[in-house]
Ligand binder design. Sequence first.
Ligand code: OAK
Length: 828
Amino acid sequence: MPKSTLKSKALAEPVNFNKSDIKDAIVRHLHCSLGTDENKANNHAWWKAACAAVQEQVLERLRRTQKSHYLNDTRAVHYFSAEFLMGRLMSNNLHNLGLFEITDQALQELGVSLTDIMEEEPDMALGNGGLGRLAACFIDSLATMELPAVGYGIHYEHGLFRQEIKNGAQIERPDSWRDYGNPWEICRPESIQEVSLYGYVETKYGENGRIQKEWHPGSIVKGIPWDIPVVGFGGKTVNVLRLWESQASNYFNWDVFNAGGYVDAQSENVQAETISKVLYPNDETEAGKELRLIQQYFFCACSLKDIIRRYKRAHGDDWSRFSDQVVIQLNDTHPAIAIPELMRILVDRAELGWDDAWEICSKTFAYTNHTLLPEALEKWPARMIEKILPRHLEIIYEINFRFMAEVEKMWPGDNKIKQKLSIIEEGNQKMVRMGNLSVIGSFAVNGVAEIHSKLVKKNLFPEFDQMWPDKLTNVTNGITPRRWLKACNPDLSALIDKKIGNDWPVKLEKLNDLVKFADEAKFQKDFMKIKLKNKVALAKEVKSLTGIEIDPKAIFDVQIKRLHEYKRQHLNLLHIMALYRRLLENPSYDMEPRVFIFGAKAAPGYKLAKDIIYAINMVAERINNDERVNKKLKVVFLPNYRVSLAEKMIPAADVSEQISTAGKEASGTGNMKLSLNGALTIGTMDGANIEIAEEVGEENIFIFGLTVEEVDKLHAQGYNPYDYYYNNAELKAILDWLETDYFTPGKPGALSSLKYSLLDGGDPYLVLADFDAYSKAQHKVDLAYRDTKNWARMAILNCARMGKFTSDRSIRDYVERIWKLDACKVDE
Ligand code: OAK
């Protein structure tokens, strides 16, 4: 990675720590922590030693932060999320501490390349996609803005699977991010918690005649906390991401042992340790497994105990201030079981009355919805909750009973509405609707982009919106510009520093000062020169990962995101096939050379998503090896898409594909990252694309396709994909092509599942309906790219007008409108 030339001095001045200190610390760790020396050390050892040297600085600041927060008895936000997709930490920590340049120089003097050793770091891939990466951006912003915050989640032993591509198909391999130790995490055995599971509930009558419930658990599991320091930009505040690992407790099943079942008694241990073993790889698709519910409860219960322990240290048994001190943000419904868990603690353990407990509880939680897809809205069989968490099911019923009385007041006698709003869905088997529980138990509910939040109100929770008109709101997502511009695109960052100063990483709206240079020939040249350099670097990476040669002068057209039908990677593929066909039919077909680059993982059980990956790879292989076209057209599927790969792809992109069916992508955040790095979007009026178009101006983005209203209308009037198939000869030819063995020699029909999902399968995401508009918009992209000056202008304006999409703004929105938090200065 190239070095940036300017220091971000004003923003992050490392206290008493210079180049020679860093050098000394690295060498000391090589010797004393790793037992090696400068001559023997390989890159991995250098990386570990450098991390340890940086971690010394981090821990000192962490200690100061915690002291300040404690002394000031601050209100804090607790971000509960089953996923934190952190990626690598070294570059980020160095940038945020303001130590990047001097560490780079220190290592150079030691004969080592910082860029090379940073490649040793495995990604912390403890998340699937958008929701997990958003959590990571948010904790970066919280620390940067000096806000008291803790992230709570699960210390998965295996993060999201590693993807290999074999003969075109996705193969999943286990991810082992901690195999050689993680230098950033600290185990905190002093804060271990115990969590109960299974068993039964005993009803007792207290002396005052009050009914008391006692849960007799069947098993107890230990939660071991691992802390990952989260360094804010400027390095003043260092917050913590606390992740729980499960372990068998000392609670040993002696009955089983004494009955001669030594192995069975042991097997209890295996069960407990399974809880944090692996991240479920389903992104917005159903899981419904018992272990998943246990994971959710496990981390919520550990985290609540942790919060309450800290609260009690300052306030004893006085619960009256709890919701003044503690706000808990639920990242989707995955942690919603925390609501009945807090009620259980307050009612059964602290012996508060129900109303007082509910008052506290419903002032503590806020909930973010991240999807409208029905298959991603969590529902658990009541029987499953009863088995694992018998007391919680009772509490859920009680919450629902009282809530139904409120519904009755508002809509007397209306059973339809009651059925709809009930936490319990009646049917063959009773289901608990976690979305309804979350809305009822939270004081604020938000969607993640304007249009998404409108649809949450209009389609998902309209009656809740009527009941509580101020509860449902919007907070548009954002991304951290520290990782997604400063660290990943150092040359562009240095150019921006030179033009407008270096405080844009914390005041992203300042990028707007670049607007006045958008027409300046020299700036355009410099900007595009950096883009080309980044493309050269990506081309090298592509060659080494896939063997495919690509021309950095071609348009780099990038679609990177999880593979899902609604995201419509197959729409992109159909258009690529159309271009291929046009080139075969007319070898002088006029088009700018283009490389289509994909990165995507499919959930292992999602057959059609895996078929789409296979189709992309088979079409790519045919095109890339066809000399008739491969000067103009290439297709690359980069395996194992993840945060660290995104950091290489995004700075090199010319075109950003954001082509979901309108109404389906809640927000998207890749759209923001690509635009910030000067890629032009081709996209639908969906999610945050709409707000991006508003910011950059309609003339600097390629919008196409059906709007949400048009999608609804088309479905209402009865959508028939065959209408498009028979009325568009090119589209018909392409779909028929999929059935031949042209792309899969000797295997006709190997790609036909794709065709049939789009015809007989009903094309639920309207790929065929949008094909023509997409194809025309792509033609406009092609023409626009030829006007190099105007393209440069548009790219600059995209970057310059992304100020709104910093995650600092999202966090400011949460703080002002939902969390009501104050920043806390950390004493030096
Ligand atoms: C994953 C699992 C269940 C529910 C939602 C998700 C998820 O990742 N949703 C995504 O969240 C992102 C962050 O808000 C949004 O930008 C994406 O549009 C949304 O699909």
